[in-house]
Design a binder for this molecule. Structure first.
Ligand code: NAD
Length: 503
């Protein structure tokens, strides 16, 4: 039995459910069990949903000034406690302390946007649309929102959702990713400390069974999901069946084109960061470079020199630049995909498969060193699927036209980048790239909080992205109100909805 068992947070308190399965939390750094996650029963998930429904009604009626005051308090608590939050993320997820602080900072952008939600909720007004008739719009909360999250950003991805959902007047039922639940349970306590009424932020832990109940329940009005593409599809189908609003962000396989005129030192530096940061476990990681013409050989040399100097080690060590991957199953899958590509003719430029941490206490960790593969056949898994590990695949092309065709053939369309010194080529790429987020000399073009985040093709099911104005639209329903008052103007109006000269 594990040393620490995570339970649920419902109606402002910890809830322990007896007799349910406990899923181990393994440390990615040591391989040892460091905790357990209770798999909530369908009855408990429903209890959390119904508690959220009760709390939401009063919350939706509360003034914007009061709601945003709570968001301000929450924002200040996050800033004060970011090191504590980062330490939890590092312990369960294995990323470096710097990466953990980075995801908190990106999450904070959304809280800060939510602090100013009154701006985004302003409606339209048309005076005198018809004789004596005015029209205005309001946005009202959808109700109870189910948030289902992936392991790789235990803090940031839920924060794409809950600050926006709460500030717009909804209640949230959050299911964190199974291996990394603790930071969400800590956030729940912080919201309470910030003054959020109980029941508005519920956390139920577990895996598939919890998601299935959220999909089945009539008490959930909308689902925000981020995770892999196959599960995004399950969410989209489940929501379509039960008539829920949904946004389901899936996986990615982001490409960057490097043109021969690019500043190759600059490109190499940013490609290393894009490919190997967070051990490649980012939906906006950069696992594929399409090198055009003469760019390939010098670029590979420069990338290799930087990548082999990266310090691989535990996230708690400030010297570490690259932590372990999340699980031994993930490590085995990545190694087997590298093996397959090598057997198919790819050249292994840098080989991280056999990396072992020298310190005995980390011998059981899921270590992989940075790996670079050149001339990778396009039908191999490591090229065409999402590797989600510290692997950079290099593909060669003779021209921009060939390169963009390779980029756009991907089943995913999350992010895409180009390195070039030519404004003309950059502009062509900006228009040609079939991706939701595009970088010009920027390898990981994650939009700031007041823009919206989301991809195209297999990277997003549903058409509404996360945060920014699209996030506001997702968590609210617009209403159009047409008003007329009996009085002098009324004398001129004919039958309603009939076009007359008196309109
Ligand atoms: P995952 O799809 O395995 O899990 C995501 C969530 O779905 C988890 O909470 C999990 O418990 C639940 N889940 C898993 N299988 C399920 C099933 N069969 N039925 C119902 N629910 C299920 O993803 P992950 O491995 O935790 O995270 C990595 C993935 O997330 C990668 O594919 C990555 O690209 C993606 N991701 C995408 C974005 C984006 O913005 N597009 C951002 C971060 C991560």
């Amino acid at each position: 039995m594990s040393e620490l068992t995570m339970q649920h947070w419902i109606d402002g308190q910890t809830v322990v459910e007896e007799g349910v399965p406990i899923i181990d939390i393994d440390s990615p750094t040591t391989g040892k069990v460091i905790g357990g996650v209770a798999e909530a029963s369908p009855e408990l998930v429903e209890r959390a949903i119904q508690g959220a429904r009760r709390a939401q009604k009063e919350w939706a009626a509360m003034s914007l000034a009061k709601r945003t005051a709570i968001m301000f308090n929450f924002r200040n608590l996050m800033v004060e406690r970011q090191d504590e939050l980062a330490a939890i993320i590092v312990k369960e997820g294995g990323k470096t302390h710097g990466d953990a602080l980075g995801e908190i900072a990106r999450g904070l952008e959304i809280v800060e946007f939510a602090c100013g939600i009154h701006n985004a909720l302003k409606g339209d007004y048309t005076s005198g649309a018809s004789t004596g008739v005015d029209i205005h719009t309001i946005r009202q909360p959808v109700g109870v929102v189910g948030c289902i999250c992936p392991f790789n950003f235990p803090m940031m991805v839920p924060m794409w959702m809950h600050p926006m959902a709460l500030a717009t007047g909804n209640a949230v039922v959050l299911k964190p990713a199974t291996p990394v639940p603790t930071v969400s349970l800590t956030v729940a306590r912080m919201y309470q400390e910030a003054g959020l009424p109980d029941g508005l932020f519920q956390v139920v832990t577990g895996d598939r069974q919890v998601v299935e109940q959220m999909l089945a329940s009539d008490g959930i009005d909308a689902i925000s999901f981020v995770g892999s593409t196959p599960v995004a599809r399950i969410i989209a189908e489940g929501c379509a069946k039960s008539g829920k609003r949904y946004q389901a962000l899936g996986g990615a396989n982001n490409h960057a084109i490097v043109m021969p005129d690019a500043n190759l030192d600059f490109a190499a530096k940013h490609i290393v960061s894009g490919a190997f940061g967070a051990a490649g476990q980012r939906c906006m990681a950069l696992p594929v470079v399409v090198a055009v013409g003469g760019a390939a050989d010098p670029l590979i040399e420069k990338v290799k020199a930087r990548a082999e100097a990266l310090v691989v080690g535990p996230g708690e060590d400030p010297a570490s630049e690259l932590g372990p991957v999340i699980s031994s199953a993930s490590k085995q899958r990545i190694v087997s995909w590298i093996d397959e590509a090598e057997a198919a003719g790819a050249r292994v430029v840098l080989d991280g498969r056999s990396f072992q941490h020298p310190d005995e206490q980390f011998a059981g960790g899921n270590w992989l060193g940075p790996t670079i593969l050149d001339n990778v056949p396009l039908e191999t898994k490591v090229y065409c699927q999402e590797v989600f590990g510290p692997v950079l695949v290099v593909v060669r092309a003779d021209s921009y036209e060939e390169a963009i065709a390779i980029v756009n053939a991907s089943e995913f369309g999350n992010g895409s980048a180009i390195f070039t010194e030519s404004g003309d080529v950059a502009r062509r790429f900006e228009l040609d790239a079939e991706a939701g987020m595009v970088g010009i000399n920027v390898p990981i073009p994650v939009p700031v909080g007041y823009y919206s985040f989301g991809g195209w093709k297999g990277s997003l099911y549903g058409d509404v992205k996360m945060h920014g104005q699209e996030g506001v639209n997702f968590y609210t329903k617009q209403k159009v109100i047409t008003t007329r008052w009996a009085g002098k103007a009324d004398e001129h109006v004919g039958l309603d909805f009939v076009a007359t000269k008196d309109r």
